[in-house]
Design a protein. Sequence first.
Length: 357
Amino acid sequence: MINVTKTHMPKKEKYLKYIDKIYESGWITNNGPLVQELEKRLAKHLNVKNIILVSNGTVALDIAYKALGIKDEVITTPFSFVATTSSLVTSGIKPVYADINPITYNLDPDNIVSQITSKTSAIVPVHVFGNACDIEEIEKIAKKHNLKVIYDAAHAFDVRYKDRSVLEYGDISTLSFHATKLFHTIEGGALIANDDSIVEKIRYLINFGIESEDNIPELGINGKMNEFEAAMGLCMLDDMDYISMKRKAIVERYKDGLRGIVDFQEQNTNSTQNHSYFSILFKNSTTLAKIQKKLNNEDIYPRRYFYPSLDTLSYVHSPKPMTISQSISKKILCLPLYSSLEESTIDKIINIIRKDT
Ligand SMILES: Cc1ncc(COP(=O)(O)O)c(C=O)c1O
């Protein structure tokens, strides 16, 4: 069976060495030595000032809203994984959608301003499939209207924007280290913030709001990463060059085979690509359904990222339909992409798509 992704498993012997260390110390969670080591190595690898590890990417978003005091309404994208919206709703914040750009699939800054009201407290854009947003325009709007910016950067590990990590833009960026992601810690996530006072706050918010033995200044949650997850992250970091090289080659092979047959996401020319996903856009949903069925018949399972458009969820209220997002979400498919994907499988997928599109 060929799925859209396959979790990268680092060398078992290497992982077991870390597990031995954990058994020796008996320290398995609560900011253990491996979590601390991974934070240091990730800060260096990503070239960011601060990084705080948490239990998953959804918790990272929850904590970001708490740390910045986000309330009432937030402007966000309808074209994302459901957690971008559900984290807002479970935090008691109303998601207000602005439609996306039809070729980059990112939140279109031109659509943000008309959605701003006196209740808007922040903008939550997503670097969709690792493609950096229109950062300057978003920051201009945020500054003018005194809004916070939280980038859901779940897909943007290792992406650089104008010679800096993309994660350093905005007030906070969040990452997901789920097993399906480019870099993973089994389950996990992180927050990146430049402001030291916000970092300090995040540190106690992920620990039930406990700042010290006798001081609980705020309502927090349990968002901690454990040592077994950090050990996986430390092993993964060593393999990132290899993983990136393989994924880049796979994307290039797909593009060579499918150019002119389907449309590709337009990449932001100011940013590097991390090849975390490879999406293709069909002319219509009928062709997509036909191709998906053919691939499934060959035991190949691409995923409809992202479908449905989040403005259609039953638990949100969007006064007007996000027509671009709805249209893209009906025609887009993410193809299998992982380092051990064989060339013969890629060619088989290309041939099926070419034949019936
Ligand atoms: C854009 C986006 N945001 C948030 C999340 C949530 O991350 P996690 O699964 O680690 O909770 C995901 C992914 O799974 C995602 O793709």
